[in-house]
Ligand binder design. Structure first.
Ligand code: PLP
Length: 364
């Protein structure tokens, strides 16, 4: 059979598949401890659980494609009109859509490296080319160098703050530079998957700063991280203008955000105490892990997310393997040098005690 251009592009996609954690019983196992996917070790809000239980009774009906209850709740909370929101089965879907919307064959998109790769998928599927700019030595998007990489073919400029897999956030100065200097024919995508953690620690208010932008922009966020709802797959995008929002709605598969997810996300959004407690506990454990690993001789990268990236005193990959043997999954990164780093998702207090103990035994 003749291969379509799209099929060829799919075949050539350079993106790694996510780690496969098989669940033969249909439920996650307690071992190994998953510190490799930036999931929450904490349960979602009891209000979200109650809302899911109630929504189960209506699963014979398709969900509300307009996501009315959720969009109203978000609009009220964030202070942005409802017609600027779109929804995905996870924010990853929206990042792919954003890439597909604005790039054509031969166009370019400027990305930090390393970063979360999904938006790049949309770019490559449309025939666009990714121009990668290394993050700073602290693991933060290097806005000045990224701005220098813009050409007349650039149609998308992707920032991730906090950046996954490194953890650092953009300063207000750098955000302002990007907001003003990324040209008006270029979509500025700001991925805020870890928004709630960063905001809790006083990060700049990206949406507020974006009010100064003349050109188009999209901000993506998710319920997978601070709201502890990874398994439900629900994310949202806020777009600067109707044409972009309409484009994303057209690309959405019908009823892509399911009934149970919508109910849970809407309820979770109203449970400020629960969110606060997850943020507080996660950040406390992250600081504890940073102190403990620093004492083991590791270099710590700044993080405003639910993970910590550390450079061990010896090569990271064998440590990842040794940790897996004793029941802990973490992500080794080939960054910033050949020794690499480890990205460790923050677990609960008990998991972190066991992890610190295991890592210290391996590094001895
Ligand atoms: C920076 C970043 N963006 C987006 C996502 C996608 O999240 P989801 O599709 O679960 O909303 C992730 C997930 O790890 C991420 O780290």
């Amino acid at each position: 059979m003749r291969k379509s251009l799209l099929a060829t592009r799919v075949e050539n996609l350079s993106f790694p598949a996510p780690p496969i954690l098989a669940e033969p019983e249909g439920v996650p196992s307690d071992t190994p401890i998953r510190l490799n996917l930036n999931e929450s070790p904490f349960s979602p809000s009891p209000r979200a659980i109650a809302a899911m239980q109630s929504a189960i009774k209506s699963v014979n009906f398709y969900p509300d494609h307009g996501c009315t209850a959720l969009v109203n709740a978000l609009s009220e909370k964030i202070g942005i009109p409802t017609d600027q929101f779109s929804f995905g089965n996870g924010s990853g879907e929206l990042l792919i859509a954003a890439g597909m919307l604005v790039t054509e064959e031969g166009d370019e998109a400027v990305f930090p490296a390393p970063t979360f790769p999904t938006c790049g998928k949309g770019v490559e599927l449309s025939g666009g080319k990714i121009v990668s700019v290394p993050v700073t030595k602290d693991g933060i998007c290097d806005v000045d160098t990224m701005l220098d990489a813009i050409t007349e073919r650039t149609r998308l400029f992707y920032l991730c703050t906090p950046n996954n897999p490194t953890g650092g956030i953009l300063s207000q100065t750098d955000l302002d530079k990007a907001i003003i200097q990324v040209p008006g024919n270029c979509l500025l995508v700001i991925d805020e998957a870890y928004y709630e953690f960063a905001q809790y620690e006083g990060a700049p208010d990206v949406l507020k700063l974006l009010s100064n932008r003349q050109g188009p922009w999209i901000v993506t966020r998710t319920f997978s991280k601070a709201y502890a709802l990874s398994g439900l797959r629900v994310g949202y995008a806020i777009s600067s203008e109707k044409s972009i929002n309409d484009g994303i709605w057209k690309l959405r598969a019908n009823f892509n955000t399911n009934r149970i997810a919508l109910a849970a996300a809407t309820a979770a959004l109203g449970d400020h105490e629960h969110l606060d407690s997850i943020l507080r506990k996660t950040i406390a454990q992250r600081e504890r892990l940073a102190d403990a690993t620093r004492e083991m001789g590791c270099k710590i990268y700044p993080s405003s997310a639910n993970f910590l990236t550390i450079a061990p005193p010896v090569a990271a990959k064998p440590i990842q393997d040794a940790l897996a043997k004793v029941g802990f999954l973490v992500q080794a990164l080939p960054w910033p040098d050949k020794n690499g780093t480890l990205r460790i998702t923050i677990g609960d207090e008990k998991q972190m005690s066991a992890f610190i103990n295991a890592l210290s035994n391996i590094l001895k």
